[in-house]
Design a protein around this ligand. Structure first.
Ligand code: IPE
Ligand code: IPE
Ligand code: MG
Length: 252
């Protein structure tokens, strides 16, 4: 079945790897490995659905506080994924980007991430933002510091300028933010960009979020009425601008 309205930008909080593993009597890292396998399938599904931007939350600024062996294991998995999956992603036309503090990651990973970004920079089938060592508050702090360092004057600061100082500069805001594993919280993800995103909570763990689950999320999204602060009648009169508020938006 065709989905009526495909969002331009989907963001996913890939949660529940640990519980998925626990339910099987496996170590948490086995859940993270299963999560990576699933990610490959979801990326392929995104390309098939015609989604243009996918942002995935893989490691938060708060996740450093987890037990050392889990943090080390996650770094190991990221390193391995970059080696193993890059060629295939490139072949699929995926443009890889990183959001978050790259400089906080081990040097060898930084180098691989930079190389991957460089290799795929001209691809345009899907822009894949990997949020690794990402926090929404940290992103805003980083943006403010950068603006001050650039000598931006107070009267120059507006919402557009702030957006241009975020890690997602130049990309549309997410239309749909999916969180797996049933939790109803944002956990510091895309605090600014998610202002008018539609939220969807899937009640399966991330490794079990398959194409059918994805389709279900998209169908729910199709049925939502995004009002951007207006009332329904106004929306029927004005054609919506994809990925943003209608042109008649009073603050536009
Ligand atoms: C999400 O799964 C992946 C990361 C945060 C790295 P979790 O590891 O949070 O899994 P649960 O929530 O403990 O089940
Ligand atoms: C959010 O999940 C971070 C990622 C999915 C990378 P968490 O599992 O860290 O979030 P909390 O702790 O349940 O809020
Ligand atoms: Mg979790």
């Amino acid at each position: 079945m065709q989905v009526a309205k495909i969002p331009t930008h989907v963001a996913i909080i890939m949660d529940g790897n640990g519980r998925w593993a626990l339910a099987r009597g496996l170590p948490r890292l086995a859940g993270h490995r299963a999560g990576v396998e699933n990610l490959r399938r979801v990326i392929t599904a995104c390309v098939e659905f015609g989604i243009k931007h996918l942002t995935i939350y893989a490691f938060s600024t708060e996740n450093w506080g987890r037990p050392r062996e889990e943090v080390d294991g996650l770094m190991f998995i990221l390193n391995e994924v970059l080696d193993r999956e890059l060629d295939e992603l490139h072949r699929q036309g995926v443009q890889l980007r990183h959001i978050g503090r790259l400089e906080g990651l081990p040097g060898s990973i930084q180098k691989k991430v930079r190389q991957a970004i460089d290799l795929t920079r001209n691809n345009d089938r899907l822009i894949l933002n990997v949020a690794f060592n990402y926090g929404g508050r940290d992103e805003i702090v980083h943006a403010i510091r950068q603006m001050l360092a650039d000598g931006v004057q107070p009267e120059e600061v507006d919402a557009d300028l702030v957006s241009r100082y975020l890690f997602t500069a130049g990309q549309p805001d997410p239309d749909l933010i999916i969180r797996t594993a049933g939790e109803l919280r944002v956990s510091n993800f895309l605090l600014w960009q998610g202002a008018y995103a539609e939220y969807y909570a899937a009640d399966v763990y991330w490794p079990d979020f398959d194409k059918e689950q994805f389709r279900l999320a998209l169908e729910h999204f199709s049925q939502r009425e995004r009002r951007f602060g207006l009332v329904s009648n106004q929306l029927k009169a004005a054609a919506p601008v994809p990925g943003g508020a209608p042109a008649s938006h009073p603050g536009a």
